[in-house]
Design a protein around this ligand. Sequence first.
Ligand SMILES: Nc1nc2c(ncn2[C@@H]2O[C@H](COP(=O)(O)OP(=O)(O)O)[C@@H](O)[C@H]2O)c(=O)[nH]1
Ligand SMILES: [Mg+2]
Length: 734
Amino acid sequence: MSHHHGKHKGMHHLSAHNHDAHGWVEGITSLKADDRAVELLADEPERLPGAMNGKASASAAAAATAAAAAVAGQRAAAPAGPAGSGSADATLAGAGNAAAATISAAATPEGAAAAPGPPGAGAGPAPGVVSLTRPEDFESVLQHALEVMAAEIEAVGEMVLDVGAPMGWGPVGLTVQQLETCLERIRAVVNPLQVDATLVAQRTVQLQTATGPVDCLTADVLLRRRPTSRGPLEVRVAVIGNVDSGKSTMVGVLTRSILDDGRGLARSKVFKHHHEETTGRTSSIGQHTLCLDSKGNILNDNLFRTQTCSDYIARASKVMTLVDLAGHEKYFRTTAYGLTGHLPDYACLIVGANMGVVGMCKEHLGVALALKVPVFFVVTKVDIAPEHILKQTVQNLASILKKPGVKKKPFLVKSQEDVLLCARNMNTDSLAPIFLTSAVTGKGLDLVRLFYNLLPQRHRWVDKQRELAEFVIDETFGVPGVGTVVAGTVKRGVITPNTTLLLGPDIGDGSFKAASIKSIHFKRLPVTMVVAGQTAALALKKTKRNQVRKGMVLVDERLKPCASWEFDADIAILTHSTTIQPRYQAVIHCEIIRQAAKVVAMDRERLRSGDRACVRFRFIQRPEYVTSGTRFVFREGRTKGIGIVVGTEHQPVERSTTAAGGGEAGAINRPDELEADRERERALAEVGAAAPAGVSASGAGGRRSSSGGGAGGIGGGGEAAGAAPGAAVAAVRG
Ligand SMILES: Nc1nc2c(ncn2[C@@H]2O[C@H](COP(=O)(O)OP(=O)(O)O)[C@@H](O)[C@H]2O)c(=O)[nH]1
Ligand SMILES: [Mg+2]
């Protein structure tokens, strides 16, 4: 790593061309390690257990993190010589050594505790010493691993097993015969579950044991379910980057199995049909599909067309939806929407090797980081970039990624082995894989394809599938002969035809009304069910087109949905051009919601760059369906910030139950009360001081209040707020 601390001329050269108009990357990269905002960026409320390995999940997660840290740590030196390619400098044994060295620094406390320590190594370094599974334990270790695997594959539908590796799956230290046994037994277990097991890679590694080095075998085995009635697994990737960096071209070459000519050939293939496809629609976003079968084959060939892809979908076990921001990437709202609207699993930042990290590239990266969408990087056009420029581009990227507010490990992907490691650890969001490619010569595309193939879903949707249904609408159409169709993403639960859900908030009064599902399409293929994690188009019975809009939801009535005028959020400010105080107003970009809101209460008096606080926002135009745990970004002029919803007026943050009782909470779902609430809002705007009880800091005409006592803890609560987000605001409302 030490290589990188030197100054790179290239950075200065490239930053001269930077115009990250809104300064998202600057906002994040200028944070200091001890700024409170960093915590919000680093929070991981939905951290996955180590889903892709067969070990008990805690240690699998620890192992995954450790392995990522290890290899990334070791390979962090790679960007120093990116162009001078592929000297296989990182042997797996070497990675193992680095693992031991980095675990203590990088792993979380419980991770470190769970990591299997080599016997006799104690706390001391003894790097890379592993203990092999004893022959008499082989059967029981294998049997246990198979049981864990069977449960997991049933649940999630896809896994990549790291067979025989020290922190991987099953017995460690395999002979040829033992590996053969493992593979046979795996197949025997998964076959009845309608799952295929495919050997992706196999290699000999030298493991250091207490008695000396031993050559052993390891293998990466892809398990993937054959097509079922639940439809394919879907993984969504937002393709982001500066205009002309090669985004549409990359989507074209990947989904059509073609090469580009450097003059827009691949892009035109994607566009030509895309245009027909979207006739009558006003979508600024193009969705393209990469279909994968249960054996890991890519089904897309040069006959693939997005608008007639249903036969490909029917054969697919997994589909990657590539969301291309099309020609509108210069609008912030498109960027924000592209990165939250369809709940993307990952973002793929395309960087033109010859152009570097410039223009909207930085803004897109910043917003992805702010929303905590894990990013991987495809540096393209290496065919036309001089070597020193390519080097600068990669170095510049690497230096951004290592800043305190970002803290990602840049990892130059050079081999199949690297791809496997990155795919396995991508959902931990600590690794930043970088691919070097050309859409014209095809360089690096095989690795990118393999990576897409193996990328797991980021969220453990199987858990969400057990919850009550929630469908987020992002587009609406009137289809002749069918009626009103809404397109969007299943966020929770399972949806089948003929179920009735509540549709809302109503455009007029914020209410929820019954709507029943007539039929369901998954990517143009009629299906009998869609599940959490999939996008879908739902035809609604007896619902008029003008009753639906983007931003509404369909939810199970047992959830008793309410539209919220107000929500509490844990926020952080990224830029210092302004201070934020009550009555501050900003546009909130939260999944499909885009609306101005203003701060009506906060737990400290003012906020500057790098600060964190808990605030209550209030929408200006209409109430929205907002749920806790959702991340958002907000912006007003040059001020920008990030946040996470922690409660609404109906479901205030924890510990607020006593404080928030009273008349206001929970009352807003009735139309008359909505109107009353609007009245209150108008009155408030006019008088400018008559704040409702408990939000006194928002009064006083927006000037900084010396309110002290009257604020009931608003001013002084700053320190406590970080520890108990939202508590202060809730208390204030009492
Ligand atoms: N030489 C070369 N040209 C490329 C490559 N990738 C894209 N291009 C060209 O770059 C131009 C812009 O690409 P496009 O995909 O439209 O960029 P977008 O605006 O990011 O979607 C097109 O003329 C492409 O043919 C590449 O790897 N090598
Ligand atoms: Mg484009």
